[in-house]
Write a protein that binds this ligand. Structure first.
Ligand code: 5AD
Ligand code: SF4
Length: 463
């Protein structure tokens, strides 16, 4: 048997009625988490049950992320492990299918099966509804299928209805793709042009989630505040309009959204932060760099002063809003002075939270071939310093909650007996001793302590 034949595994001899097991590993952003859930639901309709053990799986799916090199490379090391499992299972007469989904699949396509011949299926993010059909073809003996076109049909419509909620909080993808073309970013290439789902479909999906116990929905999109979906009467609807339509759903208690671009932070959305009670006071708004020169080279289409002014307007509408951001260090040409500008913006704007990254050149993006690539040791030092400043802000923000009463939406039992864990309006994890009947409800908690990653307190009225 040649190597490729060994990798394709044994014939599919299991009876069609036996439950097949699927292992799904998700990398990267929340949109991938949502997509993995929808794939799992599509597969459940085909008789698959999920397993957390890859060695036990008839089908292993890696739902991948291409945003930085490290994330993409991780996929290949996982594929090495899956290849070994596939061999071992084949020796025991069991067939294993390996599928790669997500943005690495989209970006690498055919290349992926060449580099990792154990892979049976390469599936781009727009094709998940084709999964059952493609698996059928693989079982019928076809090999190394690659499905990375951008079909114009609506994959969301073709996916089956949502299955029972796993949690009080759920994601809902409302928009996909991005037309912004920041020069460092692969998203416009891997996820394609912006597409917004229609309002009616989203209200319907949200309603079903609420019927199944969901109370907190985070609206997802690569550029979510650029949302411009079709409204019930055919009119273009903004994200603020969508949020107001969703807020009318009885039983839905909290709405959040991520990720946004400063240029699309429209006045009606800012206003919604001021007057829509279900819209939570938390906003993730990446600024990437505090230097105007770097921002221009990144094609961000805003300056540091414009970003600061925008934050001022948002804080006027909702003074207690918690802000989070994304920052890149070591973009090509970034000098010490540029980096200092980033540090001072972080200090000035008092973020509750921030994600920081070393610039990672991505194939096919304009920045990857720019002059002035920054050496890795400088990137590393800048990242370490930036993270210290970010952590100071994080500790300050969490510490400021001690002594306050926060409405906490309880999600599940905590680690200790009698304890529940939930979220504050500002997305902080909160632990408190509470009756399990409080899961799915908002209860006032007096915050007594702030730890490294969470708050703890007591339910008001209890001591
Ligand atoms: N290198 C480093 N960070 C990146 N991001 C996107 N592309 C890159 C890259 N090539 C970061 C941005 C973005 C977040 C999701 O990932 O900060 O907002
Ligand atoms: Fe990438 Fe976000 Fe820029 Fe779009 S707006 S290109 S997703 S960083």
């Amino acid at each position: 048997m040649d190597d490729a034949a060994a990798l394709s595994g044994a014939a599919d001899t299991e009876p069609a009625t036996a439950a097949r097991r699927v292992f799904i590993k998700t990398f990267g952003c929340q949109m991938n988490v949502y997509d993995s859930e929808r794939m799992s639901e599509a597969l459940a309709a085909e008789g698959y049950v999920e397993t957390a053990d890859a060695a036990d799986a008839d089908l292993a799916i890696l739902n991948t992320c291409h945003i930085r090199e490290k994330a993409a490379e991780k996929v290949y090391s996982d594929l090495g492990r899956l290849r070994d499992i596939k061999r071992e299972r084949a020796a025991a007469g069991k067939r294993t299918l390996i599928a790669v989904a997500g943005c690495v699949a989209q970006a690498e396509g055919e290349e992926m099966v060449r580099r990792a011949p154990a892979v049976d299926l390469v599936l781009g993010p727009q094709s998940y509804h084709r999964l059952p059909d493609l698996l059928g073809r693989l079982r019928n003996g076809e090999r190394a299928l690659v499905e990375t076109t951008f079909p114009d049909e609506d994959k969301f419509q073709a996916l089956p209805e949502r299955s029972p909620a796993r949690s009080v909080a759920a994601f809902l993808t409302v928009q996909e793709g991005c037309d912004k073309f920041c020069t460092f970013c692969v998203v416009p290439y891997t996820r394609g042009m912006e597409y917004s789902r229609p309002v009616v479909a989203l209200v319907e999906e949200a309603r079903r989630l609420v019927q199944r116990g969901v109370r907190d929905i985070t609206l997802l999109g690569q550029n979510v505040n650029g949302y411009h979906g079709e409204g019930p009467g055919g009119e273009a609807t903004t994200l603020a309009g969508l949020i107001r339509a969703l807020a009318a759903i009885e039983g839905l208690l909290r709405i959040r959204y991520t990720t946004s671009h400063p240029r699309d932070m429209s006045d009606d959305l800012i206003q919604a932060h001021g007057d829509e009670a279900k819209l939570m006071p938390y906003l993730h708004l990446p600024f990437q760099s505090g230097s105007d020169r770097v921002l221009a080279a990144m094609n961000r289409k805003h300056t540091a002063a414009e970003y600061t002014d925008l934050i001022g307007r948002i804080r006027t509408a909702r003074p207690d809003i918690a802000l989070s951001t994304d920052i890149i260090v070591g973009f090509p040409g970034e000098t010490d002075a540029d980096f200092e500008a980033t540090l001072s913006l972080v200090r000035e704007l008092r973020f509750a939270h921030a994600f920081s990254f070393k610039y990672s050149p991505r194939p096919g993006t304009p920045a990857s071939t720019m002059d002035g690539q920054v050496p890795d040791d400088i990137k590393r030092d800048r990242l370490a310093l930036l993270q210290t400043v970010i952590d100071e802000g994080y500790v300050r923000f969490n510490g400021a909650q001690v002594g306050r009463r926060l409405p906490v939406l309880f999600e599940k039992p905590g680690r200790h007996a009698g304890q529940l864990v939930g979220r504050s309006p500002y997305l902080q994890l909160v632990h408190a001793d509470a009756d399990p009947a409080h899961v799915g409800r908002i209860v006032d908690v007096e915050i007594r302590a702030a730890g490294a990653n969470s708050l703890s307190g007591v339910i008001c009225g209890q001591t």
